[in-house]
Design a binder for this molecule. Structure first.
Ligand SMILES: *Cc1c(COP(=O)(O)O)cnc(C)c1O
Length: 388
């Protein structure tokens, strides 16, 4: 890669992050010490949730969230086709069936009218989902109040895939407060808002779900005497009560997360400023940005542009042209149902005109902590060149 290549996203590691990790490395515990519980406590406080459970990735958190809500064979789960494949794979891990709800291509978020009519149709055919997983694309929350009202009417649970959205708000409540959902999931992969290297978290206000998530991330084992189903046979005793996994986060990761979380507001503020600057300098170009709904404060995980109609036939030319000029662009995301693995489910592309339109014209452009105005101007100049 060229030295002056500007990636679409990257992590920011500060001196205090390094110190925090070094302190853990020099301590008595590098896994299962104090850092993970402390990180969990701080996440819960930050997003106004009662419980937070850290795991080794958002993918694991989504899997455990489905299991905690008892998703199994014979169940149906719905999510957005414009997301990372993990939003949908988590249902398949549990043996459930997956289906997609089309998006509004102007926001990239679930189209509530389509969700409502799809639910109406499903209720007639006895095919209602057990769980719906709305995806807060690019850091902007879906309209959770409306989704929550529909969940009560049609009897499904909600897992928010907020992998992009820690630090954002919906109607003045932090994303992750689970005011309108059973569980919210965050990702701490290095391209996301804050990082633990790899890592994720699930938040919830339900003590039973929290307990289940905790057991499932560690083999389905409990060491708490009050939870034992059989008599304690000695101080060594623990019980495996369900089939869980080793999805634990370690203290090295959590100590990085603890340090990063302190800067969350600062990072999200900088991301919003960078997006505003792009909007200003791009005003003359035949390009618009994804709309952010009025009730939302986005964490701006991604700056996603939309090419005007007259440019969509040149999408690939523009995309490769930008890469050749040293600008990291990316499509977030190619519709999940178009992946070869999903072919066997026989989704019809024409059932998702919003997703198809979105994917024909959208691309993420560089945005990350530390990106300079000068670099942002370079992105604009590159567009001027490739657009001719
Ligand atoms: C990144 C991402 C995930 C998976 O996160 P990992 O921590 O890498 O497992 C899931 N959903 C969405 C929307 C993501 O962007």
């Amino acid at each position: 890669m060229k030295e002056d290549f500007i990636p679409y996203g990257r992590h920011q590691i500060a001196e205090e992050d390094i110190q925090s990790v070094v302190n853990t490395l020099k301590s008595s515990y590098i896994t299962q010490g104090n850092a993970v519980p402390k990180f969990e406590e701080n996440i819960a406080k930050k997003v106004h949730a009662k419980y937070s459970i850290c795991v080794n990735s958002a993918t694991s958190a989504l899997h455990l969230a489905c299991l905690a809500l008892e998703v199994q064979q014979g169940d149906i789960v719905w999510t957005s086709p414009i997301s990372f494949v993990a939003s949908s794979n988590c249902a398949l891990y549990c043996g459930a069936q997956i289906d997609f709800v089309d998006i509004n291509p102007l926001t990239g978020l679930v189209n509530i009218d389509i969700l409502e009519s799809k639910l109406e149709e499903a209720s007639k055919n006895n095919k209602l989902p057990k769980v719906f997983i709305p995806v807060h694309l690019a850091g902007a929350s879906c309209d959770m109040e409306k989704i929550s009202a529909l969940s009560k009417k049609y009897g499904f649970s909600i897992i928010e895939d907020a992998s992009h959205a820690i630090g954002g708000n919906y109607k003045d409540k932090p994303v992750g407060s689970c005011s309108y959902s059973s569980i919210t999931v965050f990702s701490f992969h290095p391209v996301k808002i804050i990082t633990t290297g790899e890592g994720g978290a699930a938040t919830t206000n339900d003590p039973k779900l929290a307990e289940n998530l905790k057991m499932l991330r560690s083999h389905g084992i409990t060491k708490e005497e009050s939870k034992f189903l059989k008599q304690k046979l000695g101080s060594w005793y623990y019980e495996q009560q369900s089939l869980g996994f080793n999805y634990r986060m370690n203290d090295i990761q959590a100590s990085l997360g603890l340090s990063q979380l302190k800067r969350l507001d600062c990072i999200v503020n900088e991301r919003n400023k960078q997006l505003d600057f792009y909007k200003k300098i791009f005003s003359e170009l035949p390009i618009t940005f994804l709309d952010i709904p009025p009730f939302v404060y986005s964490s701006v995980h991604l700056a996603i542009i939309r090419l005007d109609d007259k440019l969509t036939h040149k999408y690939h030319e523009i995309f490769e042209g930008m890469i050749n000029l040293g600008i990291g662009v990316q499509l977030h995301y190619y519709p999940i149902y178009k992946n070869p693995f999903y072919k066997k489910f026989n989704f019809r592309y024409e059932d998702f005109p919003g997703a198809e339109d979105y994917a024909s014209r959208s691309m993420s452009i560089p945005l990350f902590p530390g990106l300079s105005n000068e670099q942002q101007l370079r992105v604009k100049v590159a567009f001027e060149k490739v657009l001719g």
